[in-house]
Ligand binder design. Sequence first.
Ligand code: TYD
Length: 208
Amino acid sequence: MKKGIFISLEGIEGTGKSTQSRLLSEALTAAGYEALLTFEPGGTRIGQSIREILLKPDHKEMSFVAELLLYNAARSQHLHEVILPALERGAVVITDRYTDSTVAYQGYGRGIDIELLKSIDRISTKGFMPHLTILFDLDVQVGLERNRGVNKVDRFELEEVAFHEKVRSGYLEIARLEPQRIKIVDASKEPQDIHKQVKDIVMERLCR
Ligand code: TYD
């Protein structure tokens, strides 16, 4: 049994996840917890190299299966090199994206069979799931507009709106199936209001 608490933050593009993960990590540190903030794809040296392959806008020829396996490869490295050791120390680990991203993007978005995808997850993570997941839900157009504002372009931002709609509804379906683990937060609110809600959810989980 791992000692720490494992929290993942999920959502489509432009929901403000990165800002919220930073605010949460700062709040936990201020409250005296060891908080470790990390992200996928990336979070390790090898993961960072895989991230570059995955997100390069020029890699238009990448097959959906190659994409799926690369996300899983990055995740396995991340889990064993960063997440599990931190949990063993008793840290609160906050990751910006984890397995639900693969189910939402490669499963619901790309159309890869979810059961097949979960069998690969059993290889890469042995089914190790977060104790708590916060899903930032937002209108697709609003999210894409926000990202355009920061001039961020990767292979996924080049996808059409219909793809992102499938990802968003996929996330909502995942959350519907696992209400105990996944809490939905309305990401259209002001950043400070969202932060307060996130902090309340996390503190409630930590005090259990
Ligand atoms: P990133 O720049 O981290 O995006 P964001 O700021 O939106 O989190 O890029 C990660 C991209 O990779 C994002 O578009 C979602 C996608 N992704 C998957 O398709 N599958 C996955 O398993 C993960 C972790 C991410």
